[in-house]
Design a protein around this ligand. Structure first.
Ligand code: ZN
Length: 361
């Protein structure tokens, strides 16, 4: 796929389906990509609704469960997908973002122990993820996204990031916390974000590994390649400097699939130049506010403040602030993620034996 005049077209130049909507604003320059679920019964139903003036809502793109893409608003025009929202101190995120709606039931109704329904129809267990939203609630059943739909979404997200220089990929819940819960726990935002923001390399860049064991680069400069083997081309962002932390994925013939922390550079490296590294775990040294963004003016997230002694995993840095994931349940909430002032953290020591060894070292 490619983008011509702010419309999505196939590689052979034929257009993707386009359904016009009156619910749109003027031209703008997008900075971010916002992911949503429709909470609708089908893509067709949601597209019809978003094309209806009465909905006062729209999105640039709707992706059906089978991966079919429908564009509704040119990428250089405002769509009405975010509503009341704020990100990085900027309000009205519609004026700064492209919105993708994933067709999906979203948060499901409870139909008795272990049973979940959408509009009174039971949803098969295999299509349900039982989880707590990262903001602490709600807890329950969430419709899973088919892998075909996620693959198409990632391919499109990468294209949008590259074409418009988008700075970040976020969820509706991130920009309207408390009011919105999409795309929800069934959408692996961390993996998707890393994949979408990863350096272009090739269109066939390998899937990122973000949840795996942590390693450190031991050599001066380590090439990251598109596949396992020195004959594969290096990806953009390669090589990695000594000391770079990466997350490890699959192993193949002495090569390991990795994603670099911070930059998201993803690909394959020779595993003998990696050593196991501790997880970036920290202990909170004082009762500490955890906020929705990096700065003392940002709103605390549900579950704040964290008691002294709370263990958190470092996810990202922004100046003197660190984005962290709280380990376990704190203040009755699991899955708390947010920003804290880094000076109130100290490294938590965990035995290296607990970390996976590189299989080809
Ligand atoms: Zn939404």
């Amino acid at each position: 796929m490619k983008i011509v005049k702010h419309r999505l077209v196939r590689d052979d130049g034929s257009p993707y389906p386009f359904r016009d909507t009156p619910n749109k604003g003027g031209t703008f320059k997008p900075r971010w990509l916002v992911m949503h679920y429709t909470a609708g019964g089908s893509a067709r139903e949601s597209i019809t609704w978003l094309a209806d003036k009465d909905s006062s809502a729209s999105a640039h793109i709707v992706i059906a469960k089978d991966g079919t893409i429908t564009q509704m608003v040119d990428f250089n025009r405002r769509a009405w997908h975010a509503g009341k929202s704020e990100w990085r101190g900027v309000s009205n995120v519609n004026g700064h973002s492209i919105g993708i709606e994933l067709d999906g039931f979203g948060f499901l109704g409870n139909a008795g122990p272990g049973k979940w329904h959408f509009r009174k129809t039971l949803v098969p267990d295999s299509e349900v993820l039982v989880a707590t939203h990262k903001f602490g609630s709600p807890k329950g059943g969430w419709a899973r996204y088919p892998s075909k739909q996620l693959d198409v979404a990632l391919e499109l997200a990468r294209l949008l990031v590259r074409t418009y220089g988008l700075e970040d990929v976020i969820g509706h819940d991130d920009i309207s916390p408390g009011r919105k819960q999409d795309p929800g726990p069934a959408f692996d935002m961390a993996t998707f974000r890393t994949g979408a923001l990863a350096s272009p390399g090739t269109d066939a860049a390998p899937a990122p590994a973000v949840g795996g064991p942590r390693f450190r680069v031991t050599t001066e400069s380590l090439n990251v390649r598109t596949g396992p083997g020195a004959s594969n081309p290096a990806v953009a962002g390669s090589p990695l400097a000594a000391g770079t932390f990466v997350r490890g994925g699959q192993d193949q013939g002495g090569w390991k699939q990795v994603t670099a922390e911070g930059t998201g550079v993803a690909g394959w490296v020779s595993a003998r130049f990696l050593e196991p590294a501790p997880q970036a775990l920290f202990t909170v040294t004082t009762e500490l506010n955890i906020r929705s963004g990096p700065g003392g003016g940002e709103a605390p997230v549900p579950g704040s403040p964290l008691p002294a002694g709370t263990v958190v995993e470092g996810l990202a840095d922004d100046g003197t602030w660190k984005r962290v994931a709280v380990q376990g349940t704190v203040n009755g909430r699991a899955g708390i993620v947010g920003w804290v002032a880094a000076r109130f953290l100290q490294p938590a020591v965990i035995p290296v034996a607990a970390i996976g060894q590189p299989q080809d070292a």
